[in-house]
Design a protein around this ligand. Structure first.
Ligand SMILES: Nc1ncnc2c1ncn2[C@@H]1O[C@H](COP(=O)(O)OP(=O)(O)OP(=O)(O)O)[C@@H](O)[C@H]1O
Length: 601
């Protein structure tokens, strides 16, 4: 297949036009990300959130633009496969000194699969794995900053070094009291480095760009001493007077994992060499898949590409069966998983039972809404794929029967690529991180018996965090709709996260009402809803019977979250949002906040 000569005259021009398309994309993506600093400095929170939402659309827009150009100027779709093969080789050549080759390869895949359509393309024409290395990339621009900076403090000069690190970001806003904050950081660091025997190689490395999200800026780095290294992040916030303060010091992999969680909005970071950022971050969080790191940096398409490669690789190197996911089956979604792989696969069923008054389009639009919305650490991110082909032999018979019964229009079983293996091709699929469904997690505690202190703690902690999850969603203008335990999951870190999106609404679109007083004795005795209910009317007093059947659960819930059962609570939150309030989201527990910030809460 390898051509001896690159003799198709149009191949170079197509490759060049394709790369121009990618470069335009990355320039716009980077400019928008870099502007986050100014938005932070000027406290433009609505602007920051809008930019976070809009940036997600950039990729598809640029791919469409590029497809149009290639069709118009080069009749790209009509070119033969020999020409396309040469296009790919020229493209690889053009990427040798490029700063984002892996992203450019993915862009190539997106554009070519659009032009060549799936039935025609063959793996030879796309990048099924990287062709150009991302190691040791440095920008050649004279003014370029390195991806990270190193500082070499002495124990007695740590304070000065930290001040220098912060000054290096040139934030155009004064700090309220930087000396005080550095004191806090040093105090938090002290117990972790107290036992340190200082080695020759003692240094602090800090990524050169700040990470922006919502109302925060995060400085990310690591302290290295000899062969050990400790990741850290410092959140920087605004006070009421528009001055800056450091709100906490996050240390270690778990803190960083919470900051970079799949249940949060993507960061805005000005990066010339994104792979260098990913490598640095992977060193801080070795257990986090690279796919999720790319996504967390806003490079969601790269995240999706890497996830898929990882999944195919895992399938090849495992032999367990895809099965119906544990838990209560969904009425709208058909959910399955592979036990050896920490994700679930969800497809929309062909038909829904009558109590689900919705359509496929509406469900898709709710998932879209979540993708674009600030997920505040409480809604799982989803990757969306079309035409996913998986080996038939990996499907358990029960799952296959379930798919044929509830989603026959979504699947096709055939040997499309003619390799003699039957495949199940799924038209449209969502993939998200697997969690333990909260109903199962609670049941586990009940089964162990609540006299067992560990079981009781498991129950209490998850009921409290369930209420906190709802309150975080509410603050972010999300009404979850269906708040049953089964619609929430518990993450590895023990956090409760919502994953059932088909009934969510913006809080500001809902009407929170009190149950009207009964008009007569008959109303009073009736177990039915006798009052008139509008389409977006919500009656918080009626939540209790569905949620709080278990007396122990009820007791914990009422102690911490009784307000969730009153219409006043919901109404007040709605009014706050309507008055333009942008909530604070802290990707760390309240008790980690330094005293100055915590005192303001
Ligand atoms: N991310 C996940 N991790 C683990 N299990 C999950 C996950 N998402 C869904 N499930 C399982 O699949 C079930 C159905 O999923 P989901 O709630 O999304 O479907 P649904 O059709 O919208 O549900 P409902 O009938 O409540 O509307 C859940 O109850 C849970 O047991």
């Amino acid at each position: 297949m390898y051509p001896e000569r690159l003799d198709a005259p149009q191949a170079y021009d197509i490759a060049k036009a394709m790369l121009d398309g990618f470069n335009r994309h990355y320039r716009l993506f980077r400019t928008e990300s870099a502007r986050a600093k100014h938005r932070f400095e000027t406290a433009d929170w609505h602007g920051q959130q809008r930019a976070q939402r809009e940036r997600i659309e950039f990729y598809d827009l640029r791919v469409r633009e590029c497809v149009r150009r290639l069709e118009k100027e080069f009749q790209a779709g009509a070119q033969g496969m020999d020409v396309w093969y040469q296009v790919k080789l020229h493209y690889i050549g053009l990427l040798v000194a490029h700063c984002q080759p892996e992203l450019a390869e993915t862009f190539f895949n997106s554009v070519t699969t659009k032009i060549l359509h799936r039935t025609h393309f063959h793996n030879d024409f796309i990048f099924v794995r990287p062709a150009v290395s991302t190691e040791y990339i440095e920008s050649q621009d004279p003014g370029a900053r390195p991806s990270y900076r190193a500082y070499y403090p002495q124990p007695e000069s740590l304070r000065e070094t930290l001040a220098q690190v912060i000054a290096g970001f040139e934030l155009q806003r004064p700090f309220e009291d930087l000396e005080r904050d550095i004191g806090y950081v040093l105090a938090a660091m002290q117990p972790r480095i107290a036992g340190f025997k200082l080695r020759a190689n003692f240094q602090i490395q800090v990524l050169s760009s700040l990470f922006f999200r919502n109302k925060g800026a995060y400085l990310v780095g690591k302290v290295i001493n000899g062969f050990s290294s400790m990741p850290f992040a410092l959140p920087i916030l605004h006070n009421e007077a528009g001055q800056l303060f450091i709100d906490a010091a996050l240390f270690g992999e778990d803190d960083l994992l919470a900051l970079f969680s799949f249940a949060r909005a993507y960061f805005m970071v000005d990066m010339e060499v994104p792979s260098a950022y990913v490598q640095f971050l992977a060193g801080l969080m070795p257990r986090k898949p690279l796919a999720e790191l790319y996504s967390a940096l806003g490079l969601a398409k790269q995240g999706k590409t890497l996830f898929y490669r990882e999944f195919l690789w895992h399938l090849k190197h495992s032999s367990d069966q895809l099965r119906i996911a544990p838990g209560i089956k969904g009425m709208v979604m058909l959910v399955f998983d592979l036990p050896s792989f920490p994700y679930v696969f969800k497809l929309i069923k062909d038909e829904f039972p009558p109590q689900k008054d919705t359509t496929r389009e509406q469900v898709e639009s709710k998932y879209q809404l979540v993708k674009r919305h600030d997920r505040v650490g409480r809604m799982a991110d989803t990757l969306e794929y079309s035409l996913v082909a998986l080996p038939r032999e990996r499907f358990s018979e029960a799952l296959m029967a379930e798919l044929l019964a509830h989603a026959p229009a979504q699947i096709e079983v055939s040997d499309r690529d003619g390799d003699g293996q039957q495949e199940v091709i799924i038209r449209h699929l969502y993939i998200e991180r697997r969690m333990v469904p909260l109903n199962l997690y609670l049941q586990e505690a009940f089964d162990a018996g609540l006299d067992d202190p560990q079981a009781r703690q498991q129950m209490e902690r998850s009921v409290i965090d369930y209420g906190n999850a709802i309150k975080d969603l509410v603050a972010a203008n999300i009404f979850p709709g269906d708040m049953l335990w089964k619609n929430f999951g518990v993450t590895r870190g023990g956090k409760v996260v919502f994953y059932d999106y088909d009934e969510i609404e913006y809080l500001t679109d809902c009407h929170f009402r009190a149950v009207p007083p009964p008009r007569c004795e008959e109303d009073e005795l009736s177990g039915e809803v006798w009052w008139k209910v509008g389409p977006r009317d919500v009656f918080p007093e009626t939540f209790a019977p569905f949620l709080l059947g278990n007396p122990a659960v009820r007791e914990v819930f009422m102690r911490h979250h009784a307000d969730l059962l009153t219409p006043q609570y919901w109404q007040a939150q709605k009014e706050r949002i309507q008055h333009g309030h942008v909530h604070d989201v802290f990707p760390y527990p309240a008790e980690r906040r330094f005293p100055a910030g915590a005192a303001r809460a």
